[in-house]
Every structure is written in structure tokens, then in C-alpha cells.
Write a protein that binds this ligand. Structure first.
Ligand code: NAD
Length: 414
């Protein structure tokens, strides 16, 4: 069987026990570029059994052994960075320049900061109450479930600390972005990761994700993704009393006061809302502007948005690429239509594809002004290049609007 259709379990690439074929689509072309397998319960059982067996020795590995593995992984990752950049451009449509300069460097960056933390960490230290010693131990077998929007960032930021802590793990990356995760398994394999310490099973949330979440031998689930799935995972993990770590969605406020440097503040506001095509969890998507500069800021935002270009992610440049999938395209279109139907002012963009792009999940960068915080466009995470601009009069009012959200993630003040 082709390598991409296999799973990495117990130090080997193995054929699925329960596999179903799934086509990975390049969102810029809408064409299938690779076929992977979705695993099932039997594959999860096999991977968890390997991780449980490996825990006995890996949890006792020395700091030197763990750091050595991470350092070898850094060298290999750096040699293969260009492959990671192209994998993410292909699977999620992130423009190659952004992929090379921002997305791919997250991988070795997290590996390096984990090595640094590992070497500094005191696993044994005297208790502050005296007379006893505190010892940090591995939690156990971890189920790691990641999203597609910062694919390698999310994978490495979970896998590296788990390795450093002496945990063993089963990674289920997003089914939308399996190619970069597959490469990362190759890196760990080449780095000499002991069999069973790191395992990779592809699949969707309903199949592999939920099988990991309820598995009695999984001690912890670390999940990054939507609030909807995070709630489902918390409930499902409760019966086996797992530790659960969640990083969920956001609708982060960006409060712009009149005394800010308006050139810098508006450039930041547009760029950080739209970069990665708006598919960043802590993107500042609600721009709160002090009323005395509101009209001027809206004009500047309109000009900056009009100057934002969209195009082929395989071409170098600072343009935006498509959204990750048809489902995401439809969801963003729906919310742009909601914004248009609400009593807001459409400053730029709107529904449909950008001019000249008939294929691919491309959307128009869109700005709504005069938004009120009770409107759906101010409350729901769009996860596309869509900015909602709201005026405020006083600092207290700005704080109240900023905090009036069902989400809690980022917040920005300028
Ligand atoms: P998603 O929740 O649909 O999927 C995330 C992962 O969870 C995927 O691997 C998916 O297969 C799996 N999954 C889905 N349902 C599951 C279930 N019931 N049980 C177990 N696993 C399940 O999210 P997405 O669309 O991949 O990612 C976008 C979301 O992730 C956005 O809401 C974004 O804000 C959030 N996100 C948050 C952070 C953060 O650090 N807070 C970072 C990146 C993305």
C-alpha cells in the first residue's frame, strides 16, 4: 500500500485494519492531490496499545535521551523545511511565501523551545512546604487531535512537549491537512524515536477522534479546534476521567484608541485579520474604534482592504490564498450574507469569489462597519477574511464590548 494510506504505529508504517479511502483536495484547484486512509476503532486500539507498552521505558528516559531525540528531529526538520512548506500549500492553500516564512518555521521553532524548556526544567525539586520532594512524572498516553489551519504548528506544539515530558502518544491530525503531519512522522522516524512512543492514525473526528477520546487507556486528550468539537470531547472524555486540554475558537477584539498611530494600527488590524485567509484562531476580527477617529479609520481600512490581493498559493508573493475547503467556503459565504442582511455597512468585499477566480475556494476580503455587538457578524467566528468594525465612545464601553463575547482567546489594544 502507498505510504500516504498507511499509519505510523509502533515504529513502522502499517496498513490500516479498518481503512477507508479519503481524497485530500488542493483548495486552490479543487482537485484530489493525494489519497489517505481513515482509520477506525481497531487502528486506534492498535496505536494505543503500542503507546501503552512504550510508556514503560519512555517515561523513564533521561532528559538527555529526550532532548537528543528532539535535537535530531530539529536537524531533519530543517533539512526538509521546503517539503513542509509545499505540503501545507497543497493541503490547505496557504500561499507558498507565507508557508515558507511563517507556517513551516513554527515546526523547528517549537522543537527548539521545547528542548530549551526541557533542559531548564527541574523534574525533581524540594516542596515549598519542606520535608518532601516534588517529582514531575509523565501523564501517560496522550491522544493529540489537531486542526488544519496552522497544521504543523499545532502538531509540533503538542507532540514536542509530550515527548519532552516522557509521555507517549497517538496523533490524529486534521483530515484536511494530513500531508504535513505525515512528513512529521517521517522526521521522528528518521530521528530514531523509539517504537510506540509516537503513533499517527489518520481519520475524521467521528471515527478516530472520538475513539481516542473515549479510549480507557488514553490518559489525556489535548485538542485544538472548534468549540463545538471541544465540548463534545470534554463530555466524551468524562466517563474515563481523562485530563483534557482544549484550545478553541475566538472572536478576538482589537480596541483602537484615537491616540494610536493610525498608519501602523490600521495596517496591523487589516493584515492580522486577513492573513492566513482569516483562518487563525486568535485573529483580531472585531475592530473596536474610538468614535472621534472612526470615520477616518473606516476609510483607511477600506483602502487597505482594496489593496489586498488574492491569487494562486503556488506563486510567491504576499497575496491571500483560498479557504481550506468547500465546507469552509460555504460557511464563510453564509456569514457574509448574514452580515449583508443585518443592519451594517458593507465597506468592501461581499459574497462570491474575487473577480477572475472561477475555481478554488477563494473569497473576497470583506469589511462590515457600523456593526453592533449583538449582530451575528460580531458574535460568530467566521474563520475567513472578514472584519467587523464597531464604534465606541469611552474606554469603559470598549472594555464592555470587548468582553461581551462567548469566546475567550486573544485581545488587542492599540
Ligand atoms: P474542528 O473542531 O472541526 O476539527 C479539529 C480536529 O478535531 C480535527 O482533527 C477533527 O477531525 C477533530 N474532531 C472533530 N470533531 C471531533 C469529535 N467530536 N471528537 C474528536 N475529534 C473531533 O476544527 P477545524 O475546523 O479543524 O479548525 C478550526 C477551528 O479550530 C476554529 O474554530 C479555530 O478557532 C480553532 N483553532 C483554535 C486554536 C487555538 O489555539 N485556540 C488554534 C487553531 C485553531
Amino acid at each position: 500500500m502507498e505510504r500516504h494510506q498507511q499509519f505510523y504505529i509502533d515504529g513502522q508504517w502499517v496498513d490500516p485494519l479498518d481503512g477507508q479511502a479519503f481524497g485530500v483536495i488542493n483548495p486552490a484547484t479543487e482537485e484530489v492531490v493525494e489519497t489517505i486512509s481513515f482509520g477506525g476503532r481497531a487502528d486506534v486500539d492498535r496505536a494505543v496499545a503500542a503507546a501503552s507498552t512504550a510508556l514503560v521505558s519512555w517515561s523513564q528516559a533521561t532528559v538527555e535521551e529526550r532532548a537528543g531525540l528532539l535535537e535530531r528531529a530539529i536537524e531533519i526538520y530543517q533539512r526538509r523545511t521546503e517539503e513542509f512548506a509545499w505540503a501545507m500549500t497543497t493541503e490547505m492553500g496557504v500561499p507558498i511565501t507565507y508557508s515558507r516564512e511563517v507556517q513551516a518555521p513554527c515546526g523547528d521553532g517549537h522543537l527548539q523551545s521545547t528542548v530549551d524548556a526541557l533542559r531548564e526544567h527541574r523534574f525533581e525539586r524540594p516542596s515549598s512546604r519542606g520535608g518532601s520532594t516534588l517529582v514531575d512524572e509523565a501523564i501517560g498516553v496522550c491522544g493529540l487531535i489537531t486542526p488544519w489551519n496552522w497544521p504543523i504548528n499545532q502538531v509540533v506544539v503538542k507532540v514536542a512537549p509530550a515527548l519532552a515530558a516522557g509521555c507517549t502518544m497517538v496523533l490524529k491530525p486534521s483530515e484536511q491537512s494530513p500531508l504535513s503531519a505525515h512528513l512529521f512522522a517521517e522526521v521522528l522516524d528518521e530521528a530514531g524515536c523509539p517504537p510506540g512512543v509516537f503513533n499517527l492514525v489518520h481519520g475524521d473526528g467521528v471515527g478516530v477522534g472520538s475513539a481516542l477520546t473515549v479510549h480507557p487507556e488514553v490518559d489525556m486528550v489535548s485538542f485544538t479546534g472548534s468549540t463545538r468539537a471541544g465540548v463534545a470531547i470534554s463530555k466524551a472524555a468524562a466517563d474515563s476521567v481523562k485530563r483534557v486540554a482544549l484550545e478553541l475558537g475566538g472572536k478576538s477584539p482589537n480596541v483602537l484608541f484615537a491616540d494610536a498611530d493610525l498608519d501602523a494600527a490600521t495596517a496591523f488590524s487589516v493584515e492580522s485579520c486577513f492573513s492566513n485567509s482569516g483562518q487563525t484562531c486568535d485573529a483580531p476580527t472585531r475592530l473596536l474604534v474610538e468614535r472621534t477617529v472612526y470615520a477616518e479609520v473606516v476609510d483607511r481600512i477600506e483602502a487597505l482592504t482594496a489593496a489586498t490581493t488574492i491569487g494562486d498559493p503556488a506563486e510567491e508573493g504576499d497575496h491571500l490564498g483560498p479557504l481550506v475547503s468547500e465546507q469552509q467556503f460555504n460557511r464563510v459565504q453564509e456569514l457574509i450574507n448574514v452580515g449583508c442582511a443585518e443592519e451594517t455597512k458593507l465597506v468592501h468585499g461581499g459574497p462570491g469569489r474575487p473577480e477572475g477566480l472561477q475555481r478554488g475556494y477563494f473569497v473576497r476580503p470583506t469589511v462590515f462597519a457600523d456593526v453592533t455587538n449583538d449582530q451575528r457578524i460580531a458574535r460568530e467566528e467566521v474563520f475567513g477574511p472578514v472584519l467587523a468594525v464597531l464604534p465606541f465612545d469611552t474606554e469603559d464601553e470598549a472594555i464592555a464590548i470587548a468582553n461581551d463575547t462567548p469566546y475567550g482567546l486573544g485581545a488587542f489594544i492599540q
